[in-house]
Design a protein around this ligand. Structure first.
Ligand code: ADP
Ligand code: MG
Length: 292
């Protein structure tokens, strides 16, 4: 079995997206992350899986600097989140998007206002008309135009999730953290989201996704991290994880992936067939430029 830290040699030679060292998070007496050390390379899409309550969301929030661990350190794109000056952390935040598990939209704002907000904060060189046009163009692409005037509570749970995804990606982040993006959304919206994630990855965005969506994982995840009870069981290239001799990893993958309602296919076969065979970083291209 692999150690908690990345052991894959070529990954080590690349710049790291993320380095967690002995990260511990407690909620009262409960230890949600238990001295986790983890390294993820830049330019490689990672899926994080594990049973409910094992610490996936907590890990993602620490990685994105949204939660300060009780012990240990988190380095994102070479920046130590606890020690760096505020200005540097803010600069880093501009390059990141985070899609929360339950959307976390501003309930007192319309969908349009929710989507405009990141542009108002971070793209003040654009005129209000340019910002509105940007939002309208993106809304059209996601088939959200008819929802722009509504408040989040007037949308379905899936609709809210899609809007949350769009809000997190409006600024074309270099790094995107997504927490169960395709759970509880309808098939068509899930498809839209998967294809957008693919396009984004092809444009050079590094995605870290907590997901139990086998299709999404097969499409995009070159790396797989499996957690159990606040510890990393394995962190390796996906094809190595699905072939590991560690029975507990297989048990967890079968459980979590079958819960995701993919009963009609052999999941490991799907993963095996669909995944890219190397975790080489993807190149940049100009696809997906949404601004004027
Ligand atoms: P996952 O995303 O894998 O389901 P989480 O990271 O959300 O797991 O939570 C890990 C554990 O910590 C769970 O047992 C959860 O109940 C607990 N937990 C999460 N957030 C809080 C909190 N704010 N207060 C108390 N316990 C929490
Ligand atoms: Mg969670």
């Amino acid at each position: 079995m692999e150690s908690q830290a990345t052991t894959h040699q070529s990954a080590r030679e690349r710049p790291a997206l993320l380095r967690l060292l002995d990260v511990t998070v407690r909620y009262a007496e409960y230890c949600a992350l238990d001295s986790v050390s983890l390294e993820l390379p830049l330019g490689v899409t990672t899926a994080i899986m594990g049973p409910s309550g094992c610490g996936k969301t907590t890990l993602l929030r620490c990685a994105a600097g949204l939660l300060q661990p009780h012990a240990g350190s988190v380095e994102l794109l070479g920046v130590d989140l606890a020690r760096a000056p505020d200005r540097e952390v803010t600069r880093l935040r501009r390059q990141m998007g985070f899609v929360f598990q339950h959307g976390a939209l501003w309930q007192n704002m319309t969908v349009r206002e929710n989507l405009l907000l990141p542009l108002e904060i971070h793209r003040d060189e654009l005129t209000p008309a340019q910002r509105r046009r940007t939002v309208e163009r993106i809304a059209e692409r996601f088939d959200l135009t008819h929802l722009l005037h509504l408040r989040p509570a007037q949308l379905s749970g899936g609709g809210q999730k899609l809007v949350a995804y769009v809000r997190a990606t409006v600024l074309q982040p270099r790094v995107l953290f997504v927490d169960e993006p395709t759970t509880f959304i309808d098939t068509q919206a899930a498809e839209v989201l998967r294809s957008d994630l693919r396009r984004r990855i092809a444009s050079g965005c590094t995605v870290v996704a907590v997901t139990h969506d086998a299709e999404l994982t097969a499409l995009m995840a070159n790396r797989l991290v499996v957690l159990e009870r606040g510890r990393v069981l394995i962190n390796d290239r996906t094809e190595r994880v699905v072939r590991t001799g560690e029975p507990r990893v297989h048990e967890i993958l079968r459980d979590v992936l079958s819960e995701a309602a993919l009963y009609d296919q052999d999941i490991l076969t799907l993963l095996d067939a669909g995944l890219a065979t190397d975790d080489e970083p993807v190149g940049h291209d100009d696809a997906g430029h949404d601004y004027d």
